[in-house]
Design a protein around this ligand. Structure first.
Ligand SMILES: C[S@@+](CC[C@H](N)C(=O)[O-])C[C@H]1O[C@@H](n2cnc3c(N)ncnc32)[C@H](O)[C@@H]1O
Length: 328
């Protein structure tokens, strides 16, 4: 029965209960999180014989399995933790790192802007530690696929271990490959690049993307963004947008509610674009503010050229122009 079938209320409940996200009790194979009172989070997969060692003692999974989500559980030395299902943010923060990972705030927006959903096919490079890969797989499963590329074998292995631990490998095809040689999938809905010089790979992106497909990249510095914008002109990408997300946290203390003292500053510029027909005249599809700027620059160049022509003609003793009236 479909999840939205109106025919039976009992049917809906049955389907909902079958989904891990709405189960009431922790079960073997579930992803779980032990959340300690000093705000440490341990993301684990539950096994009958499993044990999770924390700074507050060991938690036997046999004592967690069957407990209600949200229950308080005890370590072998009597420290309490809350048993929760981890959020995607918890999961991303729990990854073993070999590289910097994309922040959850940026990952969430990337998934949204690339319009990814169950069934989407998306290419990514580099895989890095698998931070964004996790968010992409979370979005496209169970029927979609992430095709991720990484050039460094050690980092590729870090990501593979992370994704295996989370049970996400069925939704990710991992390639140990340099994207300069092209991507390992075609006709995908979207491509995301987190590499130092993404503009170098726009021809490969064009080959891999379906017509009209979405492209995005995250870059830490403005000069990289400028190079990418120039690359878009050359390789026919339009509907270009450069954005940045600033996340501000607050102290959740009712009697002293105010912004946190520390702000996560700049994480990166997010750049989005669409792959368009190579026959299109790119100037027509540039953003209005850019079209206005280009028109102003062209007008200025024409005025300057005209002035130069006059100067040259006068110097050659040719055509005489009437003197301009003096002001006032
Ligand atoms: C900043 S990390 C990516 C982090 C990742 N987005 C995450 O959230 O975990 C950039 C990665 O791109 C890889 N890389 C750089 N150039 C590449 C190329 N030409 N082909 C494949 N991978 C590349 C690097 O080895 C590095 O691991």
């Amino acid at each position: 029965m479909s999840e939205h079938s109106p025919s039976s209320e009992a049917g809906l409940v049955e389907v909902d209960l079958a989904r891990q996200q709405v189960r009431r009790h922790a079960q073997v194979g579930d992803l779980a999180m032990l959340f300690t009172s000093d705000y440490k989070r341990y993301v684990v997969r539950l096994h009958k014989e499993g044990v999770t060692h924390t700074h507050l003692g060991a938690y036997w999974h046999s004592a967690l399995i069957g407990r209600t989500w949200g229950a308080t559980v005890q370590s072998q030395i009597g420290h309490q933790a809350m048993l929760l299902q981890p959020s995607l943010t918890d999961v991303m923060k729990s990854l073993k790192r070999g590289t910097q990972i994309i922040y959850p705030k940026d990952a969430a927006y990337i998934v949204h802007r690339l319009s990814l959903h169950a069934g989407s096919r998306v290419i990514e490079a580099g895989t890095g530690s698998g931070g964004l890969t996790t968010a992409l797989a979370w979005a496209v499963m169970p029927s979609g696929m992430v095709f991720t590329h990484e050039v460094r074998p050690d980092i590729h292995q870090v990501a593979r271990d992370n994704l295996a631990r989370l049970g996400l490998l069925p939704f990710v095809k991992m390639f140990l490959a340099d994207i300069k040689d092209g991507f390992k999938a075609t006709d995908v809905d979207a491509v995301f690049l987190d590499v130092r010089e993404p503009w170098r790979y726009l021809p490969q992106v064009r080959v891999a993307l379906r017509p009209g497909g979405a492209f995005a990249s995250l870059l830490p510095t403005a000069n990289q963004v400028i190079e990418l914008l120039r690359g878009f002109d050359e390789h026919h990408f339009a509907d270009v947008s450069v954005e940045e997300l600033i996340l501000r946290r607050y102290k959740a203390t009712p009697d002293r509610f105010r912004p946190d003292d520390n702000l996560i500053g700049h994480t990166g510029y997010l750049i989005f674009a669409r792959c368009i027909d190579p026959g299109e005249d790119m100037t027509r599809w540039q953003r209005p503010e850019r079209q206005r700027y280009e028109a102003r620059m062209q007008a200025r160049a024409e005025i300057e050229a005209q002035a130069q022509r006059r100067t040259d003609e006068m110097a050659a003793g040719g055509k005489k122009y009437p003197k301009l009236p003096l002001p006032g």
